[in-house]
Design a protein around this ligand. Structure first.
Ligand code: HEM
Ligand SMILES: CC(C)=CCC/C(C)=C/CC/C(C)=C/COP(=O)(O)OP(=O)(O)O
Length: 305
């Protein structure tokens, strides 16, 4: 008689549920949402504003939970993700699914009731975008997965802005476009130094399918294409010069760091320093760019900039 292996689930605590929300990644998602909210004209009642950001955080955490519930087999096969609560057996799948659904549905309902139904609808779209369109549909099928899927992470500043104004205008669309164009260099820089992991579990990430040279070229192309999008808010008069100058300097630095990544080939045992530097800078870049947007909103009018 052969024994059937029953998965062992170790006792879980709140830390495992917290880890399911991908808190480090989502910190930037929440920050860009907060900046969208603060940069919007008119301003918002602080309690309603806080509720809106809480809903973005809970919704993003819910979507990240559903992503890991769906992908626990893949995560088990990659060194970077094998210690996550589900593949490590610290959490039952059913509990993760329930947690993900409660956060996702709850955040949308609270956003709708307490803040605005248009903001709630965009939040619902972004959760479905990340959990279904990106995770279930695009990620296992096409190397364009993160180009199209990048839309999921681009919604938060638009949600923050719309929570205040109740309408979708040029500025929130541009904030969406900025993160959309930023995502490919952000992720492909990382994929270049963890690509063996993705190949192992059959995920068609760009470096695995199209090769390193093509990925490196595309990183630079997206970094350059990002420039008109980051300048556009200043150009259309949606921000002052503080944002414009910071955006220009930051993006030129982003392009400058993409050049060595685009023009080199990794050799056996390579430390992948330029790729790691670009990935690290991509995160700092978005934090600084969105911080500049908020500083500009409050300081530029004082100086008539
Ligand atoms: C489809 C689009 C994206 C993909 C595939 C992606 C993928 C990744 C991956 C695999 C990591 C490594 C960290 C980990 O293992 O959890 C990472 C890190 C990170 N990502 Fe992204 N990302 C995307 C979009 C975004 C967006 C839109 C944001 C925020 C606006 C973001 C913010 C971050 C941050 C802050 C980190 C660093 C986390 C840390 O310090 O560990 N990412 N990303
Ligand atoms: C409000 C809302 C719903 C926001 C969505 C936020 C968002 C940033 C989505 C995409 C970013 C992300 C964590 C990608 C990780 O890719 P992966 O899941 O393929 O990475 P992995 O290989 O680490 O699992």
């Amino acid at each position: 008689m052969t024994a059937t292996a029953t998965p062992v689930v170790l006792p879980s605590d709140w830390r495992d549920f917290f880890a399911l929300t991908k808190p480090r990644v989502m910190s930037l998602v929440i920050f860009t949402g907060l900046c969208g909210l603060l940069a919007a004209p008119e301003g918002i009642n602080p309690v309603i504003g806080f509720t809106a950001i809480l809903c973005i955080a809970l919704g993003a955490g819910g979507a990240a939970t559903l992503n890991q519930w769906w992908e626990s087999d893949l995560d088990a096969g990659m060194k970077r993700t094998a210690q996550r609560p589900l593949p490590a057996g610290r959490l039952a799948h059913g509990d993760a699914l329930t947690f993900g659904i409660i956060l996702s549905v709850g955040s949308v309902i609270v956003m709708g009731l307490a803040v605005h139904w248009l903001a709630a609808s965009i939040l619902a779209i972004s959760i479905l975008y990340y959990a279904v369109i990106y995770t279930i549909w695009l990620k296992p099928r096409t190397p364009q997965n993160i180009v199209i899927g990048g839309g999921a992470g681009a919604f938060p500043p638009m949600i923050g802005w719309v929570a205040v104004t109740g309408e979708i205008t040029a500025m929130p669309i541009l904030l969406f476009a900025i993160i959309f164009m930023w995502t490919p260099p952000h992720f492909w820089a990382l994929a270049l130094f963890v690509q063996s992991d993705y190949a192992k579990v059959g995920i068609p990430m760009m470096p695995v399918v199209k090769g390193e040279a093509s990925t490196r070229r595309q990183i630079l192309i997206y970094a350059v294409l990002l420039l008109p999008f980051v300048i556009a808010p200043w150009w259309i008069g949606g921000t002052g010069a503080i944002y414009g100058i910071v955006a220009l300097v930051l993006t030129l630095a982003f392009i400058a760091l993409s050049v060595p990544v685009a023009t080199r080939r990794a050799v056996e045992g390579d430390s992948m320093k330029p790729e790691k530097r670009l990935f690290g800078f991509s995160i700092l870049y978005l934090f600084a760019l969105f911080a500049a947007l908020v500083v500009d909103r409050f300081v530029s009018p004082l100086w008539n900039l």
